[in-house]
Write a protein that binds this ligand. Structure first.
Ligand code: PLP
Ligand code: COI
Length: 337
């Protein structure tokens, strides 16, 4: 199969329309079989529940070309499970988890010409999402839903590639105790839009959210979880019910323990202790592991090593697993072709 003529190495994190997408519809209490379409446009009623009450959730994962030329994706079963959790919390029908994985495979296979080549630094980002589509005016869930998956080739999420990030401690919140911070609902991202524009205007790459109840503990950023490395090489990551359970973070904890023999701690991380860490990074599907150079807490600057030795090792091992140069734990790699 011939690859598309795209300047893979210079891709940013943007939307490039690819040929095929998957669509399934939920009507009269059941999902239809679903299938691929070339139509990237969605037509819906002006009163669609998603437009009025933001009843939508999504996922994000990537397909990679491995060193030996296969196309694979990373732990899609965990995205299926997390999407099911998001749907339950939003009173949306679950798209069956096995069908979710099959649909991811089918969509990537149909867009194989857009999967960036090995070594280009780019990957194919896969975006499954679901929304309430029938007209709803009283506040209640929709009766009809659409589940879609599109793909788009992407480069690094943060401008400047591996340049260490400058973050700020945010005064605004994205999630509340017992709210929806732990699911991947579009509304969580809507909550962060004012703040990300403001952060960029003030010269920061991202916002670090703190727990909204006490404002004393670190949560995550608008689009990634946070990891810290202590001066003696231990991996510490915040534990909280109001952050997204990142698949990258969960994988990194296992990589740190089983591949790198590091101690790991998943626990509440106080804002008052972040000056004691040696390294800091943001982790997620889009962010991969993006090194942090500085966190600014209301004028107080806390500096980190950027791509320090431990973050580099974590990055190399995870990337190696995804690209097929490091043996993967059983079940982590879904071969597509
Ligand atoms: N936190 C937020 C708010 C995110 O949007 C994401 C991206 O998916 C993550 C964390 C990282 O999660 P994952 O590693 O599963 O991509
Ligand atoms: C992802 O990493 O997949 C996300 O959904 C994060 C988003 C900010 C692009």
């Amino acid at each position: 199969m011939e690859k598309k003529n795209i300047d893979w190495s210079n891709l940013g994190f943007g939307y490039v329309q690819t040929e095929q997408r998957f669509v399934a519809n939920f009507k009269n209490g059941q999902w239809d079989a679903g299938g691929l379409t070339t139509n990237a446009t969605i037509e819906m009623n002006e009163c669609a529940c998603v437009l009025q009450y933001a009843q939508t959730c999504f996922e994000g994962l990537k397909a990679y070309t491995t060193a030996d030329g296969h196309i694979v994706c990373f732990r899609p079963d965990l995205n299926a499970a997390r999407m099911a959790e998001s749907c339950r919390r939003m009173r949306m029908p679950v798209f069956p988890e096995d069908k979710f994985v099959e649909a991811v495979v089918e969509t990537v296979r149909a867009n194989a010409a857009y999967v960036p080549p090995y070594g280009s630094g780019a990957t194919l980002y896969i975006r499954p999402f679901m929304f309430g589509i029938d007209p709803i005016i009283g506040v209640k869930p929709a009766n009809e839903y659409q589940f879609r998956i599109f793909t788009t080739p992407v480069g690094p999420y943060f401008k400047g590639g591996v340049k260490p990030l400058t973050l700020r401690i945010s005064d605004l919140d994205r999630a509340a105790p017992k709210g929806t911070g732990h699911i991947k609902a579009g509304l969580n991202y809507a909550m962060s839009l004012y703040n990300i524009v403001d952060a960029h205007e003030q010269g920061y790459d991202e916002n670090v959210y703190v727990d909204s109840a006490t404002r004393t503990h670190i949560e995550e950023t608008g689009g990634a979880n946070i990891i810290f490395i202590t001066k003696d090489g231990k991996l510490v990551t915040p534990k909280s019910d109001t952050i997204l359970p990142s698949i990258t973070r969960r994988s990194l904890l296992q990589v740190a323990k089983d591949y790198l023999n590091l101690e790991v701690e998943e626990r509440p991380v106080a804002l008052s202790e972040i000056g004691e860490f040696a390294e800091c990074g943001l982790c997620g599907t889009a962010a991969v592991i993006s090194p942090v150079g500085k966190i600014v807490d209301h004028g107080k600057e806390i500096r980190y090593a950027g791509m320090g030795p431990v973050i580099q090792k974590l990055y190399d091992t995870l990337r190696g697993i995804q690209m097929g140069t490091v043996p993967a734990p059983a079940g982590w790699i879904q071969v597509i072709e």
